[in-house]
Design a protein around this ligand. Structure first.
Ligand code: AGP
Length: 619
């Protein structure tokens, strides 16, 4: 949930602070209700921290400059324990002499008992946070060992829960020690300097050589060294890799918002996710899969677990996977899956879908699935994140960094990766499934260009959005794979324009929701192509007639050439013809653009909407 940055460099100057502040600016989407930094100088630990957005911290530092230093840590916070106040902002100082500082991402689940014990020892607290407990434990351990790494080792042994910790001590300038359990931490490998971050965006402007830390590992960085041990004290190592995002990729690149940029990046997100997934002759190869073809061939049920937008990607996938593989496929909200006593065994494949790879609800669902003996595959957009590490295998989406809290390009990439998984399973089953899989792959390869065509047609959608800036309620209807698209369109409007919006399966209208229709009620309708089986097109056209007859303002997303909708539509938004199961890759785009433009028309911050954070790493 929080943004974490650490730096050690060769000389005492302002570089350390500049690096940390730049990293925090890139990580701010992870949570932004307070921020702080700590540096080490000859007088000890110097700290600045402020509630509110990062600009408040920047202003405070300008008013009260920090000294030049070789060593700095920084943090942006999304409150869990303790409200967003200056006192609860990180870093937190440990020990009576306050010569140690710590920052933290996650939740220390046993902090109450630890805090009680510390208070009984006479330790006084200045905040309501769980993090401050770690600060005092680290200070006590340091007093015993005189070594920051040993202090971290002794401290993590006392902590339960999910945590990434970074700590510095005034006695050890030039050293930052980090630890991770169920929370992300990556090392940036520099020349004469080293970096730590919640993800690579923290240091992407300085190095692209990274090392992901594994579960229960401690890393100690100095300007010239990086050493890793396990929580058991034995030497360990992380997985080194080259970050293929350049610095610009994490910036807005001239767009007014990350969300607008990421909507336009969707053709590349889908194309890049397809890259390298087929052989010359078209056969699918999912090289990250570490689950045997034999085990996959024996799968008798698939359960997709995810939250929010990722769950709607899973709902789209259900239709496709069941059609191509004939394997029963359920979709569960991750936070419901664990508690419904699911029927899962060794022949169940549990597929998690997560952009961040850190959503705690989804992570805990994956862990529960593994306890029940299921095979687990993660579909994830963030290398080095926790959910892929906890899964048997991973299919990475290649959407690039998704900075805006509202998920757009990751959604399309998730759907694409789910298609790839379904087609791969179909291919394994052979026969007609394999033949159809090859045909679908050809259609899939045409989708990036078709998405671009939709993006090139969005002027009218933006006009409609600006015209509707004062609307207070919007409904979204869809059938078949258009139903999860309707749900996603409603979620986008809720989360960035703060407008009540609701998505329905169009067939559900007559079972209640049609009572909501009154004159002028805006209703988006996602219309399947006329060639969609089961006469679904005619059915939804009659739905449009029903709501139009009651005064609804119908905004219809329909395929090129579909004239049947015209008599009943106040607005028609055209998308290219495509295979029925692939249509969500096109039909969601106007809904994303509509929500983004309407939020901008309302003067709202589309990238950092209120109450939300990019990665929900608490349950
Ligand atoms: C979508 O716009 C939201 N940001 C939210 O629903 C998000 O999709 C959900 O929290 C899941 O996040 P994840 O993909 O990182 O697991």
């Amino acid at each position: 949930m929080c943004g974490i940055v650490g730096y050690v460099g060769p000389s005492a100057d302002t570089v350390a602070l500049d690096v940390v502040m730049e990293g925090l600016a890139r990580l701010e989407y992870r949570g932004y209700d307070s921020a702080g930094v700590a540096v080490i100088d000859a007088d000890g630990v110097q700290m600045r921290k402020r509630s509110g957005k990062l600009v408040n911290l920047r202003d405070d530092i300008a008013a009260h400059p920090l000294p030049p230093t070789t060593t700095a840590i920084g943090h942006t916070r999304w409150a869990t324990h303790g409200g967003p106040t200056d006192a609860n902002a990180h870093p937190h100082l440990g020990g009576a002499e306050q010569r140690l500082a710590v920052i933290h991402n996650g939740i220390i689940e046993n902090f109450h008992s630890l805090k009680t014990g510390l208070i009984a020892q006479g330790v006084s607290f200045t905040s309501e946070t769980d993090t401050e407990v770690a600060a005092h434990l680290l200070a006590q351990a340091y007093t015993q060992s005189g070594d920051l790494t040993a202090a971290m080792l002794a401290t993590v042994a006392q902590l339960d829960g999910a945590f990434t910790l970074l700590t510095v001590h005034a006695d050890q300038p030039g050293v930052v020690v980090g630890a991770r359990r169920n929370s992300p931490l990556v090392v940036g490998l520099g020349q004469g300097a080293n970096y730590l971050g919640s993800d690579v965006a923290a240091f992407i402007g300085h190095t692209r050589d990274a090392m992901e830390l594994g579960q229960d590992q401690i890393v100690t960085i100095t300007p010239d060294s990086v050493s890793v041990i396990g929580f058991d004290g034995t030497p360990a190592d992380g997985r080194r890799y080259h970050v293929d995002w350049d610095a610009a990729a994490a910036e807005k690149g001239g767009y007014p918002s990350f969300m607008a940029k990421e909507i336009d990046e969707q053709p590349h997100a889908v194309a890049d996710t397809l890259l390298g997934r087929t052989k010359e002759e078209g056969e699918l190869v999912l090289d990250e899969l570490r689950v045997s073809e034999e085990a996959l061939s024996q799968v008798t049920k698939i359960v997709i677990v995810a939250c929010g937008t990722a769950a709607y990607a899973g709902m789209v996938a259900k239709y496709a996977i069941e059609h191509w593989t004939r394997i029963p496929c359920e979709v569960d909200l991750a936070h419901e899956f664990r508690y419904r006593d699911p029927v899962v065994d060794g022949h169940t494949l549990v597929v998690s879908v997560s952009q961040s790879g850190e959503t705690m609800d989804t992570l805990m669902a994956v862990k529960h699935a593994r306890e029940l003996g299921a095979l687990t595959i993660s579909i994830c957009n963030t290398h080095g994140s926790t959910i892929p590490r906890e899964s048997d295998a991973v299919i990475y989406t290649h959407a690039g960094p998704e900075i805006a809290v509202a998920s757009t390009k990751a959604f399309l990439a998730q759907i694409t990766a789910c298609y790839l998984l379904g087609l791969y399973l179909a291919q394994l089953r052979g026969g007609s499934s394999a033949v159809e899989a090859a045909a679908v792959m050809r259609d899939l390869r045409e989708m990036p260009a078709k998405i671009q065509t939709v993006l090139d047609r969005m002027d009218r959608v933006r006009e409609i959005a600006r015209f509707m800036a004062d609307t207070r309620s919007v409904l979204f209807l869809g059938r078949h794979v258009g139903y999860p698209v309707a749900l996603e369109g409603a979620l986008k409007l809720k989360e960035i324009a703060y407008i009540h919006a609701e998505g329905f399966a169009a067939g559900e209208l007559k079972h209640g929701p049609i009572a909501l229709i009154e004159p002028g009620q805006p209703v988006f309708v996602v219309v399947p192509g006329p060639d969609t089986p089961h006469d679904l097109h005619a059915k939804i056209v009659s739905n449009i007639q029903e709501i139009r007859a009651r005064g609804a303002r119908t905004i219809v997303v329909a395929q090129d050439g579909d004239e049947a909708v015209v008599p009943f539509a106040d607005e028609v938004i055209r998308v290219p013809v495509s295979a029925p199961l692939l249509q969500p890759l096109l039909t969601v785009v106007p809904l994303q653009v509509f929500a983004c433009e309407l939020a901008v028309a309302k003067g709202l911050d589309v990238d950092q909407p209120r109450n939300l954070a990019k990665s929900v790493t608490v349950e």
